[in-house]
Design a protein around this ligand. Structure first.
Ligand SMILES: *[C@@H]1O[C@H](CO)[C@@H](O)[C@H](O)[C@H]1NC(C)=O
Ligand SMILES: *[C@@H]1O[C@H](CO)[C@@H](O)[C@H](O)[C@H]1NC(C)=O
Length: 368
């Protein structure tokens, strides 16, 4: 007769062997049996390239409001770039209705606080172990709400990420909800009215992981000067925030480059750990600059044996983006990915042919 305790020991032993999570290569895969702690039930998706590097990098790519892991996978260039440089991509998928990220609750704005940021950090740690990743190549990027989360992840998990690129977001902590709301919209911040000194913004970052004294990720901040969803002042305040963190003078860039990386984009370097790219005439959001991202992350020009370069023409179009600013007032038509409604919205509410206006929350609808 088998004693129960022996049987359960046997079963748990078997479990340890029977659970080598298999992630199929070269397609978007949902990871359902990772065993990580996932306090807010964030969707866990990955792209593992065919040409996986021996010690791969890890890139977290965070979608926008109304987006999903699937939408950001097909609408951004990271999977294509993963095949080229051998890194794995984590695409988290928001669990909230409207699929914005929770960048407002104390839980998400705190290291190991049990919010969305915590769930994503746990995915990163899992991927590092599973793929024997190079921890000096762990990066995060995102668009809009995903850019807000990018700043939050850089602030809450500074030990994990080496660099971060935010496309059209707000400073870390700017969307905080005074009443502790989860996944709350903050109009004061969105409209560019949350103004603070570099020191005050830096303290917001430091208080998300109190006592941390180690290195922090280097930051690249993109914003469109014609952004009517997250007003351009959020660019200036984000630059102030990270200048405060790194001890740079936000009013005196060390280098200013005009029409870099493209016409009407202006790149300001404030020190080795901070660059801002302000895009004149560009609305919400700035299109993902895949090749530039690879340079900032240190993949391009690196010795990581890249496979054959991506076939020209197969690169997925950069999205969710609209380089045409929304034409304010009635009668205008919002292009795909532009805002088309929400409280206080005075821009166009009609979407260009081929896209429809989809509500993310009371403050934000987008043409998709
Ligand atoms: C919005 O965020 C600001 C900081 O950016 C904060 O001071 C304010 O209390 C927040 N508003 C609400 C309604 O929570
Ligand atoms: C924000 O920064 C940009 C780029 O340096 C600058 O052109 C703009 O005047 C600044 N806006 C404010 C309100 O300081």
């Amino acid at each position: 007769m088998v004693r129960l305790s022996t049987l359960s020991a046997l079963l748990s032993g078997l479990g340890a062997f029977a659970n080598p999570v298999h992630v199929k290569r070269a397609s978007l895969q949902q990871i359902t049996n990772s065993g990580i702690s996932n306090p807010t039930n964030v969707g866990f998706y990955m792209y593992v390239p065919d040409k996986l590097a021996a010690k791969p990098g890890v890139v977290v790519a965070v979608h926008y409001c109304t987006g999903t892991a699937q939408a950001y996978y097909s609408g951004s260039p990271y999977a294509t770039l993963a095949e080229q440089y051998g890194f794995v991509v984590i695409y988290p998928s928001s669990p909230h209705s409207g699929t914005c990220w929770d960048v407002s609750s104390k839980a998400s704005l705190t290291h190991n606080g049990g919010g969305d940021s915590n769930a994503i950090a746990n995915m990163v740690k899992w991927a590092i172990t599973k793929y024997n990743a190079d921890t000096s190549k762990v990066f995060v990027t995102g668009t809009s709400s995903g850019a807000m989360m990018t700043n939050v992840l850089a602030a809450t998990y500074p030990e994990l990420f080496k660099a971060a690129i935010a496309y059209s977001g707000v400073p870390a902590g700017c969307f905080v909800s005074s009443s502790g709301g989860v996944d709350a919209w903050n109009s004061t911040c969105a409209q560019g009215n949350s103004i603070a000194s570099p020191e005050a913004w830096a303290n917001v970052v430091k208080n998300m992981d109190p006592g941390y004294t180690g290195a922090r990720p280097k930051m690249q901040i993109y914003h469109g000067a014609a952004d009517t969803t997250l007003l351009p002042n959020n660019y200036n305040e984000t630059i102030k925030q990270w200048s405060g963190v790194f001890g740079y003078n936000y009013q005196a860039p060390t280098t200013t480059e005009h029409n870099v990386p493209q016409t009407n984009y202006h790149r300001y370097t404030f020190g080795p750990n901070l660059q801002g790219i302000y895009a004149i005439g560009v609305g919400h959001s700035v299109p993902v600059q895949g090749a530039e991202d690879m340079k900032f992350f240190g993949f391009s020009g690196s010795s990581a044996t890249p496979s054959s370069p991506a076939t020209p023409g197969t690169t997925t179009p950069a999205a969710p983006a609209a380089s045409t600013p929304a034409s304010g007032g009635n009668g205008g038509v919002a292009q795909k990915y532009e805002q088309c409604g929400g409280i206080g919205w005075t821009g166009p509410t009609t979407c260009a042919a081929g896209s429809t206006c989809k509500k993310a929350n009371d403050w934000y609808s987008q043409c998709l």
